[in-house]
Design a protein around this ligand. Structure first.
Ligand code: NAG
Ligand code: NAG
Ligand code: NAG
Ligand code: NAG
Ligand code: NAG
Ligand code: NAG
Length: 353
């Protein structure tokens, strides 16, 4: 439902010609926006019809309707060849199932679990997992599983529609290849603490209930993309991001952000795109912002009349998306000489005295 609302809002934003809206527009069969290419041919194993099919040699196996508490790995349904498959399965997708304990096979490269109930998701820290990507959707994951750090090859972890409320990033420590984490939609707090994830470049907390950007986020030095869109942030001190010297893309749109302040200098040497649209901003002062690579700042659909101290702050070619605000006309004319103002064919300003 939340996903639906998010997408509706995004569609509205698209209608309002907001080109940088980051919502996924592709809604697949089970409303799962796949993180990688859609597989055209799944070898389907539906357990409810009690026909065991061979999975051996199949590149992608979809298990449906697995309802058992005795078997902990659905590959056990694959047919006679098991437990030794000649060729490992590349893609395994379990959906519409109900497990007791679920112990995923270490041989699967991409694992998807959706609309499935289990009591516990268990990883074995005595084996080497080949798994590179995990996608979870609508599963009862209320804690990060113990021994997840046995997944030495994990590159991407995506979990949506899960009840997890508190996320402690250091629980992923040891996953030295992990590049991307996406978690939505019930997080209320995030703790960075002693997180040590040297390959982490993307952290996506789109659509949660987060009220505050953690004060120590800047310890995640390798970050290139950070997404806090559609959360509950009301105050933001931009200097919290100082130290993220590789950060290129910062998304904080669609928050009830009333106040952005920067009492000290904000240094983001690599930042190219800053998304602050739809955030009820009434004031913005960029006097202390140093963003020498900035290519675009999206301020669409806020309540701004001007951006204070804009002159000379950003590269001359930088685009400021400005639709949906009622600008001070004098200011707007001046601003158009120092950056590119894009109002997407809906120019709006008022002659303020
Ligand atoms: C989605 O649905 C179409 C038509 O019903 C089907 O051909 C296709 O295999 C489905 N895709 C997936 C990923 O299930
Ligand atoms: C799922 O399994 C149940 C019970 O085993 C069966 O009644 C039902 O028809 C199955 N559903 C599908 C889609 O196979
Ligand atoms: C999920 O599994 C638990 C434990 O077996 C059970 O109590 C619960 O009713 C199940 N939920 C659903 C939606 O099947
Ligand atoms: C998220 O939290 C809300 C309110 O507490 C709850 O109703 C909803 O079921 C939760 N969603 C998930 C996926 O657990
Ligand atoms: C902008 O301000 C007006 C008047 O205070 C208010 O009615 C409107 O809801 C505000 N819009 C946004 C997007 O905050
Ligand atoms: C409008 O912008 C001009 C130029 O920046 C400024 O001098 C003037 O004070 C502004 N008006 C209001 C009401 O802020």
């Amino acid at each position: 439902m939340k996903e639906l609302i998010t997408c509706l809002m995004c569609l509205l934003a698209l209608v309002a010609a907001d080109p940088t809206c980051s919502c996924h527009s592709v809604v697949e069969n089970n409303s799962w926006p796949w993180g990688d290419n859609i597989i055209s041919k799944w070898n389907r194993v539906t357990i409810g019809d009690s026909v065991a099919r061979s999975c051996d040699g199949a590149a992608a196996v979809l298990f449906e309707n697995v309802t058992t508490s005795k078997i902990t790995d659905p590959l056990a349904y694959c047919g006679k060849q098991l437990p030794i498959l000649e060729k490992p399965i590349q893609h395994m997708w379990i959906r519409d199932s109900n497990f007791g304990r679920l112990v995923p096979s270490p041989k699967v490269a991409v694992m998807r679990i959706s609309d499935t109930n289990f009591t516990k998701l268990i990883f074995d820290n005595t084996v080497t997992y080949q798994t590179q990507r995990i996608y979870l959707k609508n599963v009862p994951l209320d804690a990060i599983p113990k021994n997840l750090n046995a997944m030495q090859n994990l590159v991407s972890f995506v979990a949506k529609e899960i009840p997890l409320q508190k996320f402690i990033l250091s629980q992923f420590n040891g996953l030295n290849k992990l590049q991307r984490i996406t978690i939505s939609n019930n997080l209320t707090s995030i703790a960075i603490g002693a997180a040590d994830l040297p390959a982490l470049i993307s952290l996506n907390f789109h659509s949660n209930q987060i009220e505050k950007v953690p004060g120590d986020i800047s310890t995640l030095k390798s970050l290139e993309m950070l997404n806090f869109c559609f959360n509950k942030i009301t105050h933001l001190d931009m200097s919290v991001f100082n130290g993220l010297d590789f950060l290129q893309d910062l998304k904080i749109s669609h928050n009830p952000l009333l106040i952005i302040n920067s009492p000290t200098t904000v240094n983001l040497p690599a930042l190219q795109h800053l998304h602050l649209q739809h955030s009820h901003l009434e004031r913005l002062d960029v006097a202390l912002w140093h963003m020498p690579k900035l290519a675009s700042m999206n301020l669409n659909w806020n309540n701004l009349t001007q951006v204070a101290n804009l002159e000379g702050q950003f590269p001359k070619g930088a685009i400021v998306y400005a639709a949906g605000n009622t600008w001070n006309c004098t200011w707007l004319n001046e601003a158009a000489t120092v950056v590119v103002i894009d109002q997407q064919d809906r120019p709006r300003c008022k002659n303020l005295a």
